[in-house]
Design a protein around this ligand. Structure first.
Ligand SMILES: Cc1ncc(C[n+]2csc(CCOP(=O)(O)OP(=O)(O)O)c2C)c(N)n1
Length: 399
């Protein structure tokens, strides 16, 4: 279908305005809460607006639909942006965002949790979302043969985590072309400049050395972002989009300035910023579900899984307790503390017990566990005690 120049401009205008709305809402909810990470949200706003408007395929009325794409905020502290996206998708109201973000007992915690039906895994512990994403991509590609894509947003400081590179290694080994990693290279971490700053070419070389397609772009140029996503969708291996951005983008008083990580804007400053960003908006983005006819039919095993049991003091070789079948492997990986951990801060704010297993975690265990949890060929009903088990999702593309 031909798209006229005017239509293209109108579309880009819409996505630009959507990105500004995401910035405004991220500022509003963090200022209202008196805490949070607005600057980390602002740098990724254009990347996420373009994703939602043009590429993500997701049926918001059916988060359990196995055809849905998966979006993982590996930089989970950018939750204001994620929740603002949920508002733009129409599943979180403005009232909920403003009145409950980061409040005790709320489902809109400082770091996303699967208490929200559109969130696959708890993130916030940097370096963990991507390994989980690799597992979900593995389940889609190898176990269930579904067409969903997995999109993972990482921070550049997060790229210092070794687990990120282990995950990329496995993603390329299994040729996970359904995985797109978006690295928001805003040059600043928590306490100052990152190791590589805006040296995007070094990121490119490292990503390529791990066997993935690297795509370097300006992370605030909507056209470049759109083309990068299309290039990733057409690739035969995992892609890593290395997006040069500016932390705090759109708010000159804090843009690319150190010292603003994890700080809400004071009310007066927030007011100025919101005005400069064009004020409050209530735009809705329509992401589109993947046509059901393209979905592969996965075998559903209803057989109960008999897990091995060990008495306290038993000496069991790890290779035995973690050996196939894969369901048992996943289960043992999780119970051994290598799967799906929550961010430590969740234990104090969410009211739900946090596994606090980060130190014991292994990247491969996390990927394997995620793969098995998401594989439809392993019935979730066989996993009665696994509260983290979730089923796939997804959404849009320029049509
Ligand atoms: C494993 C781990 N270590 C430390 C932290 C604390 N922390 C939260 S955000 C952050 C900096 C993140 O910087 P970056 O990845 O560049 O994302 P940005 O906020 O700049 O977008 C740190 C160190 C964490 N959440 N997890």
């Amino acid at each position: 279908m031909e798209i006229s120049v005017q239509e293209t401009r109108a579309e880009e205008r819409f996505v630009h305005d959507l990105a500004q709305q995401l910035r405004v809402d991220s500022i509003r909810c963090t200022t209202a809460a008196g805490s949070g990470h607005p600057t980390s949200a602002l740098s990724s706003a254009d990347l996420m607006a373009a994703l939602f408007a043009w590429h993500l395929r997701y049926d918001w009325d059916a988060p359990e639909d196995p055809g849905n794409d998966h979006l993982i905020f590996s930089k989970g502290h950018a939750s204001p942006l994620l929740y603002s996206l949920f508002k733009a998708a129409g599943v979180v109201s403005d009232d909920e965002l403003m009145a409950t973000y980061r409040r005790s007992g709320s489902r809109l915690q400082g770091h996303p949790t699967p208490e929200l039906p559109w969130v696959d895994v708890a993130t916030g512990s940097l370096g963990q979302g991507l390994p989980a994403g690799v597992g979900i991509a593995l389940a889609g590609k190898r176990l269930d043969k579904r067409e969903y894509r997995v999109w993972v947003l990482c921070g550049d400081s997060e790229m210092a985590e070794g687990s990120v590179w282990e995950a990329l290694d496995k993603a390329s080994h299994y040729a996970l072309s359904n995985l797109t990693v978006i690295v928001d290279v805003n040059r600043l971490g928590q306490r100052g400049p990152t190791e590589l700053g805006w040296d995007l070419e070094t990121y490119r070389r490292r990503v390529e050395a791990f066997g993935c397609q690297a795509i370097v772009i300006d992370g605030h140029d909507l056209d470049e972002i759109d083309r990068a996503y299309a290039q990733a969708e057409a690739a035969d291996r995992p892609s890593v989009i290395i997006a040069g951005t500016r932390k705090g983008k759109g708010v000159p008083e804090i843009e690319d300035k150190n010292g603003w990580h994890g700080k809400p804007l004071p009310a007066e400053m927030a007011e100025r910023a919101i005005r400069d960003l064009g004020g409050e908006r209530d735009l809705r983005v329509a992401t589109h579900p993947r046509p059901r006819r393209t979905l592969a039919v996965a075998a559903q095993s209803e057989d109960p899984i008999v897990l091995p049991t060990y008495a306290v003091g038993d000496r069991v070789a790890t290779r035995r307790s973690r050996s196939p079948p894969r369901s048992r492997m996943a289960r043992s990986a999780i119970s051994a503390g290598s799967g799906l951990p929550c961010h430590p801060s969740l234990s104090s704010t969410s009211g739900t017990p946090s596994p606090l297993r980060v130190p014991a975690m292994m990247t491969l265990g996390r990927s394997a566990a995620s793969a098995c949890v998401y594989a439809r060929s392993i019935s979730p009903r066989s996993w009665p005690s696994m509260t983290m088990a979730r089923q796939p999702k997804a959404s849009t593309r320029r049509r």
